[in-house]
Design a protein around this ligand. Structure first.
Ligand SMILES: Nc1nc(O)c(N)c(N[C@@H]2O[C@H](COP(=O)(O)O)[C@@H](O)[C@H]2O)n1
Length: 361
């Protein structure tokens, strides 16, 4: 059973892991704390970027010789493979760590097995400590949920974000939509964009709004690392001069020819969205931010491909204009799509709702 000091160290490790949120994809966020025999912290580390040292190695480096005889408290099972770096299980054994406390087992086929290897080497291993906190984060959305879900489902985690009036409209009747929410809410969206590796829009949004879809800082300057911009464009209708084709960020116009088409619920042909998601996963994409429009959002919901919803609701009314979601395949109240509220807070003059879908039949 984990001691109070180990549980406290795990909380600290989860907080450290979150420091990698905007830099670590396609890898997991991971934190590690090394506790000496008297329960004091002798080293800590977190995984900063894919290809860089893992959290355990960072913590071992910080502790140096003091790592011998310590307990490693780590948010993800130590990896047991040689990828871009060496196996953490072996690094912990070589450093003389005698006990390892883990929050979540590694679900990946390539890297799992660290707990077994450590036990074989005589290290005491305890798993399942603060599992939920490590997955969900100490603050909403700040855990390893994105990477864990992506690896378990072999497709990127999908966050659907929209901004609407209180009557659920995402644009006015004439199509204008700038701006429904406050400057603070829009700044919050840019922080969110900085944590994803892919942004997805439908071609209807490109034709209507001609968005740039880059990530910008508080002064409006583009960040160095830009997510891949993907347009779901079954019939290749993205104009050659669309802003999204510019070289501000990488872009993939995902056409039916490339991704495949399926016959939609109303008989029309539509992009094969599970295939699109799988192709993104194969290209090492782990977190998709679905930015609209309502039809693509409806199709993603219908296909069961939305893992988190973030709604920015402005205290404003339009009375007409498109709703946030169109045609999600729901026709009767018995099929209503229920979500669990994760977090509700005020951002500027707006309300931000973070919710997670319940499993559907
Ligand atoms: N336990 C643990 N700590 C870290 O800090 C990690 N980054 C990981 N990652 C696991 O190893 C895979 C990536 O390894 P490379 O970037 O190729 O070195 C990743 O898929 C995880 O399974 N684990």
């Amino acid at each position: 059973m984990a001691s109070d000091a180990e549980i406290e160290a795990m909380r600290q490790a989860i907080g450290l892991a979150a420091r990698g949120l905007a830099t670590v994809l396609p890898n997991p966020v991971v934190g590690c704390v090394l506790l000496g025999p008297d329960g004091t912290v002798v080293g800590e580390g977190w995984h900063e970027h894919a290809g860089g040292p893992h959290a355990e190695v960072m913590a071992l480096r910080a502790a140096g010789e003091r790592a011998r005889g310590t307990t490693a408290v780590v948010t993800l099972e130590p990896c047991n493979h040689t990828g871009r770096t060496g196996p953490c299980s072996e690094a912990l054994i070589a450093a003389g760590v005698t006990r390892v406390v883990v929050a979540v087992p590694d679900p990946s086929d390539e890297a799992c097995g660290g707990a077994v290897r450590l036990r074989e080497a005589g290290v005491d291993v305890e798993t399942g400590v603060l599992t939920q906190e490590a997955e969900q984060g100490l603050e909403p959305g700040e855990g390893n949920e994105v990477w864990l879900t992506a690896v378990r489902r072999q497709r990127p985690f999908v966050t659907w974000k929209f901004a609407a009036t209180l009557d659920g409209r995402v644009a006015a009747q004439d199509g204008t939509s700038q701006w429904i929410t406050s400057v603070e809410a829009r700044g919050d969206v840019h922080r969110l964009r900085a944590q994803v590796d892919t942004m997805l829009v439908g071609v209807g949004t490109v034709l209507a709004d001609d968005p740039l879809l880059t990530v910008r800082d508080a002064d409006g300057k583009p960040l160095a690392r830009q997510p891949l911009r993907v347009v779901a464009d079954t019939r290749n209708r993205t104009p050659q001069n669309a802003k999204i084709r510019g070289d501000d960020a990488p872009t993939w116009i995902a056409t039916g020819e490339e991704v495949g088409v399926v016959t939609g619920s109303k008989g029309s042909s539509a992009l094969d969205l599970p295939s699109l998601m799988h192709q993104l996963y194969v290209r090492d994409r782990r977190h998709v931010l679905l930015e609209g429009g309502p039809r693509l959002a409806g199709a993603m919901v219908e296909a069961g491909l939305v893992d988190r919803v973030i709604a920015y609701l402005a205290p404003a009314l339009l009375g007409a204009g498109p709703n946030a979601l169109i045609d999600a395949g729901i026709t009767t109240i018995a099929d209503v799509w229920r979500l669990d509220l994760v977090d509700v807070r005020q951002v500027g003059g707006d309300v931000r709702v973070l919710a997670r879908p319940r499993a559907r039949h």
